[in-house]
Design a protein around this ligand. Structure first.
Ligand SMILES: NC(=O)c1ccc[n+]([C@@H]2O[C@H](COP(=O)([O-])OP(=O)(O)OC[C@H]3O[C@@H](n4cnc5c(N)ncnc54)[C@H](O)[C@@H]3O)[C@@H](O)[C@H]2O)c1
Length: 402
């Protein structure tokens, strides 16, 4: 079977779905691998690196001749339409926002796998692209803050005086938040954090952070994810967080609720209550923002309430793509590991009795297998032509390209 590796078309996307290392893994499965010329350049892999790993290089993939298509960003409907019926795709799908592509995949009889849907179970961790890319994002947002902060992160005791460590507050302690805590600790900051899941206090402590306990009940949904707070509870959380935000030199927000707009944790007034020179990094800027007024890809100076200076509000955009080498190294392993699970004797043949395979599948045999997406499509168009997955199958909640 022939697997094709796309050169990503989206402006600013620098990751690639296979590295020379994973080309060897795919070849070891018995697949022949074609790579689009230049696909890995931004991630540090030349065409020759891929050739030496056993791939053939092509100027552009002949989509109709592929058995497997590997990509990073959700594909365009036209790409889905050009694929051969019965072929398999693996990559990020963003199903809730890319409904036309999902429709094209189903209509074309493509068996597509969306990596956002990988079940959050131990056995699937090596295929979990949300986790691998959130790790990169959490690390990256601390560096973005450190570069903008007009002071050190670590404590320095020098002959010229003692410099106290920066105070970093992290809101949302999931995968990205925990990485942010760990990275800020390694840079020497004094780190505290808050989350609304009950398990988060221990997780924050295990990364070296101090958990801020608020007088607010925890809110956990199934699968270890957070539940959305009511408007009242959300307002109370903001009020309780206000003094902690005011004390922070750096505020990093990473809170998310699967299938919902990011919760608003920090108002403009809270930002204005910080000291001049402080930095706020909103990792959730692309999904609605945890901080009022954040804009993806922009630094916004917010005047402090005392009129003495500004706080820099950083809206993060494409954080994983900003570190394409290691983000691709992890992502490509996620892709190759999922294909390894599904390949026997050189043939990719998904076993839908496997909960990882079934849970990750977006479309198969003309059917949209992810029920929330099928329902969204049906609601959008009153379309009954597309099949809806039977109820009772695993329904992973989260998705979003980080
Ligand atoms: N394979 C696995 O077993 C596996 C893999 C990855 C993650 N997980 C678990 O999945 C869960 C979610 O991880 P994620 O990083 O994808 O989460 P996420 O991206 O959905 O959310 C990020 C964090 O925001 C928090 N949050 C939501 N609303 C908040 C609010 N109002 N205030 C403060 N924090 C708020 C969430 O609790 C979560 O910790 C965690 O329990 C994580 O340990 C398990």
């Amino acid at each position: 079977m022939k697997a094709g590796i796309a050169r990503e078309a989206l402006d600013g996307e620098r990751r690639v779905a296979a590295t020379p290392e994973t080309v060897k893994q795919l070849a070891g499965l018995g697949l022949t691998v074609e790579v689009e010329s230049g696909a890995g350049l931004a991630a540090g892999h030349s065409d020759d690196d891929y050739r030496q790993a056993g791939a053939s290089l092509v100027q552009s993939l002949d989509l109709g001749m592929l058995d497997v298509y590997c990509h990073v960003r959700p594909m365009e409907p036209s790409t889905a339409g050009a694929l051969r019926p019965g072929s398999v795709t693996v990559g990020l799908g963003s199903p809730s926002s890319e409904l036309p592509t999902v429709r094209a995949l189903a209509a074309g009889g493509i068996t597509s796998f969306a990596l956002e849907l990988v079940p959050r179970i131990s056995r699937a961790q090596s295929m979990d692209a949300l986790t691998s890319q959130a790790l990169v994002a959490g690390y990256r947002c601390v560096l973005e803050a450190a570069m903008r902060l007009p002071r050190f992160f670590p404590l320095y005791m020098t002959a010229a005086g003692t410099i106290p460590p920066a105070r970093v507050l992290v809101l949302g302690a999931g995968v990205a938040g925990l990485q942010a805590i760990g990275t800020a600790k390694r840079l020497g900051a004094r780190v505290s954090a808050n989350d609304i899941r009950p398990a988060s206090a221990d997780e924050v402590a295990s990364m070296g952070g101090t958990f801020i306990k608020l007088d607010l009940e925890t809110a956990e949904a199934s699968g270890g994810y957070a539940r959305e707070l009511s408007a009242d509870r959300g307002a109370l959380q903001r009020a309780l967080l206000t003094p902690h935000v005011a004390q922070a030199d750096v505020l990093i927000t990473t809170a998310a609720v699967p299938g919902r707009r990011a919760p608003l944790l920090v108002s403009r007034e809270m930002v204005q209550g910080m000291r001049p020179g402080s930095v706020v990094v909103d990792l959730a800027a692309e999904s609605g923002g945890n901080v009022e007024g954040s804009i993806p890809g922009q630094d916004i100076p917010i005047p402090t309430g005392d009129g003495q200076g500004v706080v820099t509000l950083v809206g993060i955009k494409d954080p994983a793509s900003a570190m394409p080498a290691d983000a691709s190294r992890l992502y490509a392993k996620n892709v190759a590991n999922l294909l390894t699970l599904m390949t026997r004797d050189g043939v990719v043949s998904p076993d839908f009795d496997d909960e990882v395979v079934a849970g990750t599948c977006l479309t198969h045999n003309g059917e949209v297998r992810h029920a929330p997406t099928a329902e969204a499509l049906a609601a959008l168009a009153g379309d009954t032509a597309l099949g809806v997955a039977p109820s009772g199958r695993p329904q992973p909640g989260p998705e979003g390209v980080r």
